[in-house]
Design a protein around this ligand. Structure first.
Ligand SMILES: N[C@@H](CCC(=O)N[C@@H](CS)C(=O)NCC(=O)O)C(=O)O
Length: 219
């Protein structure tokens, strides 16, 4: 058995830690828990993560077997396994900038805007309010994508050099494509960034393993 098992669902936010594992080149097992099929609510997965969300990383080492959840926490943990790869900055303000990005992506973009647009029942049980919530979530996404576009540098990556923040950013670029936003037309800088990230060998391997693409017209 590998030291690490990543529970993932194709194309969801677990894509970022999955890319991280490929970047590290460590032996790991990728366990598919398809959210679209409700596998994340089955008892065997709830035994791994009682919150019923992916990703979850099971770690087996001399300290024992334990489960780590939350994308940002898993990315920080994985980057620390091989600090020489500099998948995240080591400390100080550069690390704070990475956390700033990851925290905002995981909260404002994912848990707030995307959830309002696609999981309105998480906010209000009253179905008559859902269309308004979804419209609000969509509008927020427009604001957040414009923010990402403006913050990314014209060349290079979110923190200058490539980091796992870029892998996390690819998740939301891809989701924008999937929900029919004209990402290429509206966000050329984010598109250049996504193309550069998607071209990495580790990212290509991950996309292939999950059976997904970023652009339908180009693998
Ligand atoms: N805050 C969590 C969010 C995890 C999360 O919501 N994952 C989604 C996929 S992107 C999920 O498991 N959804 C299943 C569901 O909502 O039933 C994180 O950053 O890891």
């Amino acid at each position: 058995m590998s030291d690490y098992t990543l529970y993932y669902s194709p194309g969801v936010c677990s894509l970022a830690p999955h890319i991280a594992l490929e970047e590290l080149g460590l032996a790991y097992e990728a366990a598919r828990v398809a959210v679209a099929e409700g596998a994340n609510q089955k008892p065997d997965y709830l035994a791994v993560n009682p919150r019923g969300r992916v990703p979850a990383l099971v770690i087996r080492d001399p300290l024992g077997t334990r489960t780590l959840t939350e994308v940002s926490a898993i990315l920080v943990y994985l980057a620390g396994l091989k600090p020489e790869l500099k998948l995240l900055p080591a400390g100080g303000e550069p690390l704070a900038r990475a956390v700033e990005w990851m925290s905002w992506l995981g909260s404002s973009v994912h848990a707030h805007a995307f959830a309002q647009a696609f999981r309105p029942a998480r906010f209000l049980a009253d179905e008559s309010q859902h269309a308004a919530l979804q419209a609000h979530g969509r509008a927020l996404l427009g604001t957040h994508y414009a923010d990402i576009q403006q913050r990314l540098p014209a060349q290079g990556f979110a923190l200058g050099e490539y980091s796992l923040v870029d892998a996390y950013l690819l998740v939301f670029y891809r989701w924008g494509m999937r929900i029919g936003i004209d990402m290429r037309g509206a966000y050329p800088r984010y598109t250049r960034h996504a193309e550069t990230v998607a071209a990495r060998a580790a990212v290509q391997r991950t996309l292939q393993q999950e059976g997904i693409v970023v652009w339908e017209d180009k693998a």
